[in-house]
Design a protein around this ligand. Structure first.
Ligand code: ATP
Ligand code: MG
Ligand code: MG
Length: 295
């Protein structure tokens, strides 16, 4: 009996992407809900490349990264729906290989769908989301991993509202592949690609920080949340003017501008930006206290 049918009950499809489909499943033994990503392997694909996603996920264990349980590959035969089938054996398609990734289920869907549903995101929510994404990125960067596909569709929310970075399909170790040209070709959602990716130079984890800059813009600027504006902002020589035009939150603006710097070396790391957030927090608390004392 194949493991998937033996150990899980498949429920509805909860998402699909370029590489695979994701289903809500019930783990029979534990009796709990989980998410399973199914990736059909094509002949040309090396198992190693597909396992990369599971490997990267397993390396970063963090409350703000989608939890990983296990991954495996098994034979898969697509059931034939043809009514003219003659025998039992012809009711299945050819034998193929399918990879399964058992993950934690994020019932709240993606940040993209959340932003599409909510016209205005409360500022305190935007700060909370930013901090959570940064905590995850700090952990990812400590492990020398570059996500390379950070965008609102790959950030999920669980049922208690916790934000989790997912889809490590394009993630890579910084210390690996320096000799290969793997990190030279532009990858990930085109809208969120850092300028250096277009130049075909060796990229660093600062590409994730650039993508974060655009995500923060969306979090703190309800008016500017459109593909057209993001496209304009990405590659703009004067992001400051765009932030002004679309009335980005004044406190968040300097952080966004730092992240969108063209020179990756001038962009802050996740740890740097978390320090900025802490400083802002202290300033905010002090202002509140003085206000109370003055009353
Ligand atoms: P892409 O085309 O972005 O590379 P992909 O094929 O690599 O996509 P994912 O981004 O991992 O697939 O997942 C596709 C969609 O499935 C997500 O956008 C999300 O809506 C949903 N999804 C994925 N993982 C989970 C999860 N753990 N919990 C809930 N939903 C999930
Ligand atoms: Mg995805
Ligand atoms: Mg992917």
């Amino acid at each position: 009996y194949p493991k998937y049918d033996r150990d899980y009950i498949q429920h509805e499809e909860i998402g699909s992407g370029f590489y695979g489909k994701v289903y809500r499943c019930e783990a029979k033994l534990e009796g709990t809900d989980c998410a399973i990503k199914k990736i059909l392997l094509t002949k040309s694909e090396e198992v190693q490349r597909v396992f990369n996603e599971a490997k990267m996920l397993s390396l970063v264990r963090h409350p703000n990264v989608v939890g990983y349980y296990q991954a495996w590959i098994e034979d898969y035969r697509k059931p034939n729906n043809s009514k003219t089938r003659k025998s039992c054996s012809s009711s299945y398609g050819p034998r193929q290989k399918m990879m399964y990734i058992h993950m934690e289920l994020c019932k709240g869907g993606s940040l993209a769908s959340k932003l599409a549903k909510e016209k205005e995101l409360r500022t305190d929510m935007a700060w909370s989301y930013s901090r959570q994404i940064l905590e995850a990125l700090q952990c990812i960067q400590r492990k020398n991993i570059i996500h390379r596909d950070l965008n609102p569709k790959n950030i999920f929310i669980d049922d208690s509202g916790t934000v989790k970075i997912g889809d490590f399909g394009l993630a890579m170790r910084k210390d690996e592949d320096v000799s290969s040209n793997k990190n030279l070709s532009p990858v990930g959602a085109a809208l969120y690609r850092a300028p250096e990716m277009r130049k075909g130079v060796c990229i660093t984890n600062k590409v994730d920080m650039f993508a974060l800059g655009l995500i923060l813009f969306e979090l703190f600027c309800p008016r500017g949340r459109s593909e057209k504006v993001i496209q304009m902002l990405n590659g703009s020589e004067s992001p400051c003017e765009i932030c002004e035009e679309y009335k980005v939150d004044e406190t968040a603006k300097p952080l966004i501008l730092k992240l969108l710097r063209t020179d990756p070396l001038k962009r802050p790391s996740a740890a740097d930006l978390l320090q900025d957030l802490d400083t802002l927090e202290v300033t905010r608390k002090n202002t509140q206290e003085t206000e109370i004392q003055q009353r």
